[in-house]
Design a protein around this ligand. Structure first.
Ligand code: HEM
Ligand SMILES: *[C@@H]1O[C@H](CO)[C@@H](O)[C@H](O)[C@H]1NC(C)=O
Length: 367
């Protein structure tokens, strides 16, 4: 009986491999960028093609997730109080130092894959790091078209350790660090949309590539919905509190303490809840906060705006509505915003679930 039911679960997971899994869809080559209006941006087109073919495999998979995570980890050492850090590509240029920082666990392979592209295509590590994230995000259905700026000078040194917020930190500590980098609580809530296209290798190392929401291949609002559900279970061993794990609503996803608390804190919960049913505002707010993140510590007047190189990502399908999973309903929500009730969303039917499982990555890492 038990053997039969786990077999049934495996079959169900396979049938769910669809639009929002990390492995699909493939984008057609003719969707690649148009010729830029500023000729100084045209060198980005062959680089975009190379990254799509050799690194991202035209998918919203693990390498795209890491490219996006790298933007945060490279830039957020920027500090108004300590005059450190910048969106400068020091994570690539001084990787032998920064990859020893605990917060950068899991980025080694991505950094090693990417570093050679800077020299090969004659751009700075910083320009490469942020351009790659914007290119990668175009593979994520529902993603924003991030603005891209080129002309960051070479990084002059590694970022100091201890600047990147961690999943065990309190909301107080996270908001204070973000404020020191120039971000409001509202901008942080918007930036967290990145965890809509995310998995974890290190929170429970026994289950690498466990998604953070049910749709890691789509930039949708399920992250904000699912972090609002009561925690009931652990997808793996469950004894990873020191790595920031808390109970998740499903065996198929992992939850970190910081996301759990940001969904519930009175300073962040109402905006968090509002994104559940407002994908276009979630997308626009994320894009605006990302422009700031991706240029921290840079002089905008010295940068060239190459945004028109980035193609428009595919939109969410009309069938991909905000929802609870089949085994959840509004009764499972931790109501956290004091001003308004959490929206009562449909629970998906067991038959028409688009890809929910990150089946692991088959991104190509060869040159
Ligand atoms: C309070 C702030 C944040 C905390 C505490 C945090 C923490 C984490 C943790 C612990 C992971 C899992 C890493 C692993 O186990 O492999 C993760 C993954 C990720 N984070 Fe964040 N994060 C924060 C903000 C951000 C921001 C602002 C971005 C981007 C703009 C970002 C992008 C990502 C992405 C895309 C992943 C998935 C990486 C992958 O799938 O390999 N995070 N984050
Ligand atoms: C950069 O260009 C895009 C359009 O290509 C535009 O929407 C955006 O406002 C520009 N950003 C700046 C800071 O000029």
């Amino acid at each position: 009986m038990f053997a039969f039911s786990s077999y049934a679960v495996i079959l169900l997971s396979l049938s769910r491999l669809g639009l929002c899994s990390s492995n699909s869809p493939k984008r057609a080559p003719e969707n690649w960028g148009e010729s830029p209006s500023d000729s100084r941006c045209s060198g980005l087109l062959p680089l975009m093609q190379a990254l799509q073919q050799n690194v991202f495999n035209e998918k919203c998979g693990s390498m795209v997730h890491k490219a996006l995570r790298a933007t945060f980890h490279d830039s957020i050492a920027y500090s108004q109080s300590q005059s450190t850090g910048a969106a400068d590509g020091s994570l690539f240029a001084f990787s032998e130092v920064e990859l020893t920082y605990r917060a950068n666990g899991g980025l080694r392979e991505y950094v090693a894959t990417m570093k050679p592209y800077a020299e090969h295509y004659g751009i700075s590590s910083g320009d490469l790091l942020y351009f790659a994230a914007a290119v990668g995000l175009t593979n994520c259905v529902g993603g924003p078209r991030l603005d891209v700026f080129i002309g960051r000078p070479a990084a002059v040194g590694p970022s100091p350790d201890g600047m990147i917020p961690g999943p065990t930190q309190s909301v107080d500590a996270i908001l204070a660090r973000m404020a020191d980098a120039g971000f409001s609580a509202s901008e942080l809530v918007a930036l967290m949309a990145s965890h809509s296209v995310a998995a974890s290798d290190n929170i429970d190392p026994t289950i690498p590539e466990t998604p953070i929401d049910s749709t890691p291949g789509c930039f949708d609002s399920q992250f904000y919905i699912e972090t609002s559900l009561k925690g009931t279970t652990f997808p793996g061993t469950g004894n990873n509190a020191e790595r920031g794990e808390v109970e998740s609503p499903s065996k198929r996803q992992i939850r970190m303490k910081s996301d759990f608390e940001l969904a519930r804190d009175p300073r962040t919960s109402c905006q968090w809840q509002s994104y559940a049913t407002d994908h276009s505002r979630m997308q626009a707010d994320f894009k605006m906060a990302m422009t700031k993140l991706m240029t921290l510590g840079q002089n905008m007047g010295d940068l060239i705006n190459c945004s028109d190189v980035i193609p428009q990502p595919e939109s969410l399908k009309s069938t991909m509505k905000p929802h609870f999973s089949a085994d959840h309903s509004i009764d499972d929500v931790d109501q956290s915003c004091p001003n308004s009730p959490f929206p009562d969303l449909p629970s998906e039917s067991k038959d028409d679930i688009p890809g929910k499982q990150d089946g692991g990555s088959d991104d190509r890492q060869n040159w």
